[in-house]
Design a protein around this ligand. Structure first.
Ligand code: AMP
Ligand code: MG
Length: 310
């Protein structure tokens, strides 16, 4: 009822908590942008509960889109399609394309089905902050700004959906996420990666995923990732931490189950185990928020492999 009347409801999905509003109602979209403090040229993803709900939102479903739907929906995959006239520009940030996802989480699925409209649902955090993976994270950012929060416990995956543009001749990944490059290649063969993901964009270039030009998922502290052979990484992090601690600053350290014992000083947290990188993805945003709450000035983290969920 809240959604149908144009209000906002935060709800769990398998990736992160979403901030839902009617995707076909420009006023609801405006409320989402206002609650998050998000720039309105950063488009929203429309969430649906079953495959039949896709057709009214898009002009056509390219072959690559059909194959990916078959393989990964419901699930953590968002696809970009040419939009139909039903979807307002207020939802797509003025673009002629629309991003659509069918979440797998049973609460999300049931909520969307009961609302009877596609649900625009960016992550339910203040724009720029780490995404929420528990209802408490949503409460910290959205208390007093939205009508309702549905608490479904901690989410399963903990990082965003993968975004694939299937409106271009060769499908392109616009945002890496829970569906990995390896999984996409298996279904599609050829997939490209948008250059905005791999490094800073040259000045004047417009990113294909408008959100890529904004700062994202950032903790308040300055975060440094140390790469290399693990023994050297530990030594380097310990010496960087010692320098800052000596200056009287608060230091956070991100290690794993395998290494937390190797850091004698600082606010040391284990992000999970290298044996199962899904545990690391699941803890990432929660740990960054804990460091924010602890008032840490600097964070040093071990690096993780860039393949798979890493
Ligand atoms: P989120 O921040 O998780 O809500 O995801 C929104 C992301 O999807 C942003 O980074 C947008 O840039 C991207 N996105 C949404 N709609 C489109 C679209 N029509 N074309 C390209 N990227 C889009
Ligand atoms: Mg987000």
């Amino acid at each position: 009822q809240v959604l149908r009347e144009g209000g906002l409801v935060a709800f769990p999905t398998e990736t992160v908590y979403g901030l839902g509003g009617n995707a076909l109602d420009e006023d609801a979209a405006k409320k989402i942008y206002a609650a998050k403090g998000r720039p309105c040229d950063n488009p929203l993803i429309a969430h649906i509960s079953c495959a039949e709900e896709l057709e009214p939102l898009v002009k056509e479903i390219p072959e690559a889109g059909r194959r990916l739907m078959e393989a990964f929906w419901p699930g953590p995959l968002t696809m970009i399609f040419p939009k139909s006239s039903k979807v307002p520009y207020g939802t797509t940030g003025g673009l002629d394309t629309v991003a659509v996802r069918m979440p797998d989480d049973p609460i999300a699925n049931r909520l969307i089905a009961l609302a009877g409209v596609p649900i625009a649902a960016p992550s339910a955090n203040t724009s720029g902050r780490p995404s929420p993976t528990t209802a408490d994270h949503v409460w910290q950012d959205m208390n007093g700004r939205i009508e309702m929060i549905i608490d479904g416990g901690p989410v399963g995956i903990g990082v965003e959906s993968t975004i694939v543009d299937v409106s271009s001749p060769v499908p392109a990944v616009l945002r890496p996420g829970a569906i990995t490059m390896e999984m996409l290649r298996e279904v599609l063969g050829e997939v490209t990666i948008d250059p905005a993901i791999l490094g800073p964009m040259s000045p004047g270039v417009r990113p294909k995923a408008p959100g890529m030009k904004y700062r994202h998922y950032a903790p308040k502290a300055e975060l440094t990732i140390v790469e290399g052979e693990i023994k050297e990484v530990i030594a380097k992090i310990n010496s960087l931490a010692a320098e800052k601690l000596e200056e009287g600053l608060k230091v956070g350290i991100i290690g794993t189950e395998e290494t937390v014992g190797c850091y004698p000083a600082g606010d040391v947290k284990s992000i999970g185990t290298r044996e199962d990188e899904a545990t690391i993805a699941g803890s990432l945003y929660g740990i960054l928020r804990e460091f924010d709450n602890d008032g840490v000035d600097y964070i040093y983290s071990e690096a993780f492999a860039t393949g798979g969920i890493g």
